[in-house]
Design a protein around this ligand. Structure first.
Ligand SMILES: C[S@@+](CC[C@H](N)C(=O)[O-])C[C@H]1O[C@@H](n2cnc3c(N)ncnc32)[C@H](O)[C@@H]1O
Length: 292
């Protein structure tokens, strides 16, 4: 079967809720392979301005070729916290901001990036290979306490202690399949998911500092919005969704000094139809807020 290319999730919902219009300014914090960006750039037209951010060099290379010749598009190869701080320091403001969190299908499909437990590859998992710590470093060098914390906090494993102990007893690891097989010895398969799903999620979140970056970035994104500007965040697990919900509640609501109006009282989810042709969409949740 051919490997699936990255299909933008919740594409029509993103357009409906973020309402990009001709001449507006758009910031995509996780531009990836340009799926959402293409749709939004079409709406804002040549008079609109776009800044596309990604921490992955391959994604930036693809974006530069997809949008070659477009003078209204700027690219930033950095993590979204660093990029957001830079844009704020330049005094930039945007009408539409989108963050579609997590990994892309290209990450999962390229076994050399080490994200997939299905295909053998080096235990890497860095979205930005300029970062120092790989998944192998983390797994081979963490103490048992650190490993338990990672598995509990980022993988929400009920039996984190038992799994951490077993992982540590079988060190060192070089490849994704070595780790996946070791985990499968102590974790039972849940329904259709591979036993190593949560462990791989936990390690990936830790390697890429995903939750720390999101927590620190959300307040800056709100500041980067123009009045009436819309911020949309698509998350893929409850840990991220909780952080987005909390930030929206903290800055939103009816208080006189609230900066945000929450547009989606409940997260918007994919239709059954979308999930059929894009299984990755199953766990996607979109939350949108508007700057007052
Ligand atoms: C789900 S994909 C985005 C796909 C994109 N919306 C599209 O339609 O093509 C997530 C992308 O965000 C990038 N990414 C994840 N976390 C990031 C971060 N903290 N800073 C910058 N980019 C990040 C990943 O490298 C990946 O390319």
């Amino acid at each position: 079967m051919p490997k699936q290319k990255h299909i933008p999730v919740l594409a029509s919902e993103v357009l409906d809720y973020l309402q990009p219009k001709k001449g507006e300014r758009y910031l995509d914090l996780t531009a990836g392979y340009g799926g959402h960006s293409s749709l939004i750039l079409d709406k804002i037209g040549e008079k609109g301005q776009a800044v596309l951010v990604d921490r992955d060099e391959e994604a930036i290379k693809t974006l530069k070729s997809v949008f070659a010749g477009k003078e209204n598009v700027r690219f930033i190869h950095d993590d979204f916290l660093t990029a957001s701080k830079q844009l704020a320091s330049e005094g930039e403001k945007f009408d539409v901001i989108l963050a579609d969190l997590g990994v892309s299908s290209e990450h999962l499909n390229n076994q050399m990036r080490g994200f997939s437990f299905m295909n053998e590859g080096p235990l890497d998992m860095r979205m930005d290979p300029r970062e120092k710590t790989t998944a192998a470093d983390l797994i081979n060098e963490s103490s048992e306490d650190e490993m338990v914390k990672i598995l509990k906090k980022y993988g929400e494993l009920a039996n984190a202690k038992k799994v951490a102990k077993h992982i540590i007893e079988n060190r060192p690891y070089q490849t994704t399949t070595e780790l996946a097989e070791t985990v499968a010895q102590v974790v039972r398969r849940k329904k259709r998911t591979h036993p190593a799903t949560e462990v791989f999620q936990a390690i990936r979140i830790a390697v890429n500092k995903e939750l720390e970056l999101l927590t620190s970035s959300l307040p800056i994104w709100i500041e980067l919005l123009n009045t009436k500007g819309r911020l949309g965040v698509i998350s893929f697990h409850s840990l991220e969704d909780r952080l987005v919900k909390q930030a929206f509640q903290e800055y939103g609501g009816e208080r006189y000094d609230a900066r945000l109006q929450i547009v989606t009282k409940k997260p918007v989810m994919s239709s059954d139809n979308e999930v059929v042709f894009n299984p990755r969409a199953r766990s996607a949740k979109l939350r949108v807020a508007q700057r007052k």
